[in-house]
Design a protein around this ligand. Sequence first.
Ligand code: FES
Length: 104
Amino acid sequence: MTTFDIGTLEDYVHGEAVQVKRGDRVLMVVRIFEDIYVLDDRCSHEEFSLALGEVDVATCEIECARHGAMFQLKDGQPASFPATRPVAHYDVVSDAGRLQVVVS
Ligand code: FES
C-alpha cells in the first residue's frame, strides 16, 4: 500500500477545497466537519482545477468553477453535466492523527 501524508485534520478548514501536491500527484482535499475527502485536482470535463471550485457541504459535492459540473466528494462521481466521467477518488486513513491518502 502506498500512502501520502497530507497533514492533520486541523490543517484544513471546514467547507474549503485546497490543492495538495505530493510527488507527481496533484490532489484536491476538502474537509467537511470531521471528514476528509480527496480527489484528483482535475475536472474530468476539461481538466480544470477542482480546488478552485465551491464546496456544497449540504450535499457533499464540489462545483467545478469553469463550467459548473458537480462531483460527489465521497466517490468522485459526476452529479451534473457537463461532466460525465468520474474524477479519481482516494481513501484516507488516519495514522496516529496523521492523514494518509491511499494511492494504491
Ligand atoms: S472544466 Fe469542469 S465543468 Fe468544464
